[in-house]
Design a protein around this ligand. Structure first.
Ligand code: NAD
Length: 261
């Protein structure tokens, strides 16, 4: 069976990459649960719009991915509303940049909780449901920083390396079942998160937008082009397709050559 009709949960999906993934899964016929920590009318309207546009079911469930119990409740609420969870995309993530001695301890804790521990808790809650459904796909959105490091991103790099490790363990624990777990490792994607950094970086370097993008932001991305949200989203769909049935426990880099350097 393809993605059509499957129940999919995408964490952190009211903007950026997560929203693109939810949209692509809905387009492929999945019944989708969108999530973030806010509970605004526009969050629910987003799910309604996706359901309408793609003639499928879509709901929004507010849950704070820094809270272990809330992560597990998200999976339970998704299952109560739409049926056993079959596709889980762990995408929620935040960033903070500072040298280690100045890195606020609470930022470290938040990044580890949202970017890494949430994937453990949602996976723990979803695996029994995937087993009950007889099929499952877990896709963890890691990063090129799950495979390489940059200064000043201690928590993010540690969390994303942790996500890659969790991906391998999940794959081994499900290896003989019709369940796979993989991580996608994007380079820079032009989401609102990255867009917001451009004006400050222009000021800091005294350079125009194009120069800052090419020489500063994409300095480590040999293609000198942003990865697109759609490229990440379509890779998630590929990992949920029968062609990927034997792909498990691995990382797929979408980074314009970053990790080849
Ligand atoms: P974004 O800020 O647009 O999206 C992050 C999402 O996570 C949002 O929906 C946000 O509401 C949600 N979120 C944040 N804190 C949350 C919490 N406590 N509980 C629930 N949801 C929460 O950023 P993005 O660029 O789309 O990033 C999405 C993922 O992709 C992240 O894991 C990020 O690390 C990863 N990534 C991004 C890039 C990039 O260049 N943009 C590159 C590699 C990996």
């Amino acid at each position: 069976m393809s993605i059509d009709g499957r129940v999919a949960v995408v964490t952190g999906s009211n903007s950026g990459i997560g929203l693109g993934i939810a949209e692509a899964l809905a387009r492929a016929g999945a019944r989708v649960v969108l999530n973030s920590f806010t509970d605004r009318p526009e969050d629910h309207a987003l799910a309604e719009r996706i359901a309408r546009d793609h003639a499928t079911e879509a709901i929004y469930v507010a849950a704070d991915m820094s809270d272990a119990a809330a992560c597990r409740r998200l999976i339970d609420r998704a299952a109560e509303a739409l049926g056993e969870v079959e596709i889980l995309v762990n995408n929620a993530g935040i960033q903070h940049v500072a040298p280690i001695p100045e890195f606020p301890a609470e930022k470290w804790d938040a990044i580890i909780a949202i970017n890494l521990s949430s994937a453990f808790h949602t996976t723990a809650a979803a695996l029994p449901r995937m087993r009950a459904a007889g099929w499952g796909r877990i896709v963890n959105i890691a990063s090129a920083h799950g495979l390489t490091a940059s200064p000043f991103k201690s928590a993010y790099v540690a969390a994303k390396h942790g996500v890659v490790g969790l991906t391998k363990v999940t794959a081994l624990e499900t290896a003989e079942e019709p369940i796979t777990c993989n991580a996608i490792c994007p380079g820079y994607v032009l989401t609102p998160l990255v867009e917001a950094q451009i004006p400050d970086t222009m000021k800091q370097y005294g350079k125009d937008r194009e120069t800052v993008i090419r020489e500063v932001i994409l300095a480590r991305q040999p293609s000198r082009q942003f990865v697109t949200v759609e490229q990440v989203a379509e890779t998630v769909c590929f990992l949920c397709s029968p062609a990927a049935d034997q792909i498990t426990g691995t990382t797929i880099s979408i980074d314009g050559g970053w990790t080849a350097l």
